[in-house]
Design a protein around this ligand. Sequence first.
Ligand SMILES: Nc1ncnc2c1ncn2[C@@H]1O[C@H](COP(=O)(O)OP(=O)(O)O)[C@@H](O)[C@H]1O
Ligand SMILES: [Mg+2]
Length: 388
Amino acid sequence: MNGIGFNLCAERKKLYTNFLPGYLENIFVNAPIGIFTTNLERIITSANQIAAKLHGCDHGYQLNGKIFPDFICNHRFLLEKLQLVINSTLNKADVDYEINTANEVKTIRLVCTLLRDEKYAPIGLLNMCEDITKEKFLVEQVRNYTHNLEHMVQEKTEELKNANLQLMHSEKLRMLGNLVVSVAHEMGNPLCSLEYLLADVKESLQDNKLKQSIDLCRSEIERMGRLLYRLRELYRPSETRKSLININQLLEDILQINRLYLANNYVLVEKYFFPDMPAVFVFPDQIKQVFMNLIINAVDSMANGGCLKIYTRLNGKSIIVEVADSGIGIPKENIDNIFKSFFTTKNNSNGLGLGLSVSSQIINAHGGKIWVESEVNRGTTFFISLPI
Ligand SMILES: Nc1ncnc2c1ncn2[C@@H]1O[C@H](COP(=O)(O)OP(=O)(O)O)[C@@H](O)[C@H]1O
Ligand SMILES: [Mg+2]
């Protein structure tokens, strides 16, 4: 046994002398795990065939005389651990290391303990090693799966959170809408009375300056009235039934209704309607509301008049309407905000910042899309697609 570096204490020696000669050598050779020993200078003194194969040799004796782990790349951490065992700081070292053989990279798990002689003096290291490449690969795969799963759960949670937020947001908007409609309604009557009263007061006045002030008051009241009208229109409860409509006809109607409004604001209208538009199944009042909002915005953007072009066309299974103005355009930094509730750049009472947010909710609820392209000082085009 000494030849292969095994030294047993006296007690154990007595115990084993009864075994057949070669019994321990047999265990060493046939163990289903790599075993090798070194002296205290880490020179390999014996190795079985599995240990040899794991380290790129065919036979155990080919490892003899090599210094362990100097022939392994990146062996520093391994060396440090072995040194701790040699110094008796550690009883046992467990280390995983990689070894490059001709056609693969193997991961080896090593368990190393101190070898002692009969007098318990350290004489070397006993090392057991096994190939854990497959195990490591599986662990890695499980880790990847877990990671992906975590990622998916995170994504879904995020989606759910957003959907929840959206729901709360629409619920808030709905409640706000109800409030706005009732407030607007309640305020309408006193405003009307005020207007009439001021007209009477003006009749009875002699002083022209005072008369001018009254006119100013009346125009402000009128402006408030317009604002209330817009508010009511935004949140007008819509019809409960969808119907099949021709979008060209609907646009014609809206343009007809707004004929004077457009003309008074020096807006020229050009229509480019695709002749055979298939019908769309929609809540007509809601869709009208959307185009009203777009037209009002377009007019607002062309303070000195301009041109409003409306196109309709087919795109696969959708219809597309483009509303293009030659107005001031939208700066890049605002583009992402215009569809958010209460975003407005209008500093008079014309701007509520709700038109586009309500419009996009309506279009989304119809399974369509609304998007925008704009260039500052050139104009803005809103696109709306609706499924046929
Ligand atoms: N056609 C347009 N041209 C330029 N800016 C526009 C146009 N349409 C919308 N915007 C910008 O988007 C903002 C939000 O529009 P909207 O939701 O209708 O609210 P509001 O018109 O009450 O401000 C507007 O304040 C304006 O800055
Ligand atoms: Mg608007």
